[in-house]
Design a protein around this ligand. Structure first.
Ligand SMILES: C[S@@+](CC[C@H](N)C(=O)[O-])C[C@H]1O[C@@H](n2cnc3c(N)ncnc32)[C@H](O)[C@@H]1O
Length: 450
C-alpha cells in the first residue's frame, strides 16, 4: 500500500487537494523519465482527476494538457496548475476573510445554524458533515463570496482559497473516511476549527507558491469528456500520455467528491449530478443510462463479449435478480467500449512515436469474475493500431471479497513511428455520429453565479 502514498517530499502543490483515486507523483516521474520527454514537449492526461500528472509535468518543464469530466476535480486540477498568484497577497486576503468569518461566528446569537437547501443537502452522504462544522464552512464560504463581491479578492485568489476550503471540508471538517471506498465514520466530529484550518492551508499553499519555478510552460485543463476530445486538441501535437482512467467496478466516482462539490456549488441538484455522471466513462451500474451505446465499440471483441457473458452466466447461476446486478454485464461492455472509443479518438492527436501509460487495476466486483483490465485494454489498443510495449506491475491490492491479490498495472503503449496509411477501423457496428456526445460546457466558479 505504501507505494501509493504521497511522500513528504512531494507534499508541495500535490497536497493542495487530492482524493483517494489519485496516483502518487513518483509513479508519474518514473514514466516521464522512461518516456525520455524533453522540456517543452507536451503530455496529456485525459482522465486527469486532481492533476497529479499535470503538476509533475509542469515541474519538469513540460507542457501539460488535462481533460476531466468531474467539475470539482477539473477545478482542483486548474488551480493546482495556476502558479501565477502573489503569495503575500493571498495570505493578506485570507487573514482578512478569516477575521470576517471568525467575527461572525463569535457574534452568533443562537439563531439557527447556516445549512444547505434541501435539494443539495439530499445529495450528501448521510452525516458526512455535522451541523456545526457545516455552519462554519458556510460562513467562511459566504465571507469569501462577500470579499469577491466587494472586489477585495480577485478571481485567481478566490479559486485558490476555495480549493483550500475543499481541502479543509474533507480533511478537517467532515466525518468522511476513505478506505478505499468513501464512507462515514461511526464517531462523528461534532465541532471543528474550520476557519483556522483553512487559514493554515492557505498559508501552506502560499509557501509552496513561493518555492515554485514561475517560468514554466503552461498547463491547460479542459472540463470535457475524454471519449470526445476532437475540438480540444491540435492534430499531431501530443508527445506522451500518462493517465489513470476509472476501472470497471462498483465505485461511483462522484461520491468521492460529493461533499465539496455540493458545498462549493458544483452540484446543486439530482439533474446536475446526473449530467455530470453522463460525461463519465461508464464504469459502475450507477452511471448507466438507457441510450448508452459505447458497447458498440467492442461489438467485435470476443474477449470482452465472453467476459460479459460469463458475468451474466454467473448472475443467473447465483439467482441474483436486483436491477444493479442485472446491469453488471452491460456495464462491462460499456466500460471497454468507452475506452476503445477514447483510444480511437486520441489517434489523430498523437505524434509518431508518442509513448502512453494507462494505470489500471484488475477487478472482481461483479460476482467475483476476474476482469483483467490491463490485458483487455492492451488488446483493444493493439487492434486500434497502437504498439503494446509492456504491461508493468505497479502494485497489488488485496480484494476484500475474494482475499485475492489484484494487480494494478501500467499498460505502456506506443503510437507507431510510421503510421499505416489506413488506420484499423474503430471497432464499432453503429454509425460513428450516434456515439458522439458534446463536450461539457466549461464552468466558472459557481460561487460567482449563484
Ligand atoms: C482514477 S481517477 C484519476 C486520478 C488522477 N490520476 C489523480 O492523480 O488525481 C479517474 C478520473 O477520470 C475521470 N473521468 C471519468 N470518466 C471520464 C471521462 N469520460 N472523461 C474525462 N474524465 C473522466 C473521473 O472523474 C476521475 O477523476
Amino acid at each position: 500500500m505504501t507505494v501509493n502514498r504521497l511522500d513528504a517530499a512531494d507534499r508541495a502543490v500535490h497536497d493542495w487537494y487530492r482524493f483517494v483515486l489519485s496516483f502518487p507523483p513518483h509513479l508519474v516521474r518514473d514514466y516521464l523519465e522512461r518516456f525520455e520527454l524533453a522540456s517543452g514537449q507536451t503530455i496529456l492526461d485525459p482522465f486527469c482527476g486532481t492533476g497529479t500528472t499535470l503538476v509533475e509535468a509542469r515541474l519538469h518543464g513540460l507542457r501539460a494538457i488535462g481533460i476531466e469530466a468531474n467539475a470539482l476535480a477539473h477545478f482542483a486540477s486548474t488551480v493546482k496548475t495556476s502558479w501565477a498568484v502573489d503569495p503575500d497577497e493571498m495570505v493578506t486576503h485570507a487573514e482578512a476573510v478569516a477575521a470576517l468569518a471568525l467575527s461572525e461566528l463569535a457574534g452568533w446569537n443562537g439563531a439557527p445554524l447556516r445549512s444547505l437547501a434541501n435539494e443539495p443537502q439530499a445529495l450528501l452522504l448521510r452525516d458526512s458533515i455535522s451541523p456545526l462544522p457545516l455552519h462554519k464552512a458556510l460562513v467562511l464560504r459566504d465571507a469569501l463570496r462577500t470579499a469577491h463581491d466587494c472586489r477585495w479578492l480577485d478571481h485567481e485568489l478566490l479559486d485558490h482559497e476555495l480549493l483550500a476550503l475543499a481541502h479543509v471540508l474533507v480533511n478537517d471538517a467532515s466525518n468522511l473516511h476513505f478506505g478505499p471506498e468513501v464512507g462515514v465514520r461511526s464517531v462523528k466530529r461534532s465541532d471543528a476549527s474550520v476557519v483556522e484550518a483553512w487559514l493554515e492551508t492557505v498559508c501552506r499553499m502560499a509557501d509552496d507558491v513561493r518555492q515554485l519555478p514561475q517560468a514554466m510552460p503552461p498547463a491547460t485543463v479542459h472540463h470535457a469528456d475524454a471519449r470526445n476530445m476532437g475540438q480540444l486538441l491540435r492534430p499531431v501535437s501530443i508527445d506522451a500520455v500518462f493517465t489513470s482512467p476509472p476501472y470497471p467496478n462498483e465505485k461511483d466516482y462522484t461520491r468521492t467528491t460529493r461533499l465539496e462539490s455540493v458545498v462549493l456549488g458544483y452540484v446543486n441538484s439530482k439533474a446536475e449530478l446526473r449530467a455530470m455522471k453522463q460525461g463519465l466513462l461508464r464504469s459502475n451500474t450507477r452511471n448507466v443510462y438507457k441510450h448508452d451505446d459505447d458497447d458498440a465499440w467492442v461489438a467485435a471483441y470476443p474477449q470482452v463479449l465472453a467476459l460479459a457473458d460469463e458475468i451474466e452466466r454467473r448472475r443467473s447461476e447465483l439467482g441474483k435478480t436486483s436491477g444493479f446486478e442485472r446491469l453488471y454485464a452491460r456495464v462491462t461492455r460499456l466500460y471497454f467500449g468507452g475506452m476503445a472509443r477514447h483510444l480511437a479518438e486520441l489517434r489523430p492527436f498523437l505524434r509518431p512515436g508518442a509513448m502512453l501509460g494507462y494505470v489500471v487495476g484488475d477487478q472482481a466486483s461483479f460476482f467475483q469474475v476476474l476482469i483483467r483490465t490491463g490485458e483487455l485494454l492492451a488488446d483493444i489498443a493493439q487492434s486500434l493500431g497502437y504498439e503494446v510495449v509492456s504491461i508493468d506491475l505497479f502494485r497489488t491490492r488485496l480484494a476484500t471479497a475474494t482475499k485475492q491479490q489484484m494487480r494494478e498495472e501500467v499498460v505502456v503503449l506506443r503510437w507507431p513511428k510510421r503510421v499505416r496509411r489506413t488506420l484499423p477501423p474503430a471497432p464499432m457496428t453503429r454509425n460513428r455520429q450516434s456515439v458522439r456526445v458534446s463536450p461539457l460546457a466549461p464552468r466558472n466558479s459557481p460561487l460567482l453565479s449563484s
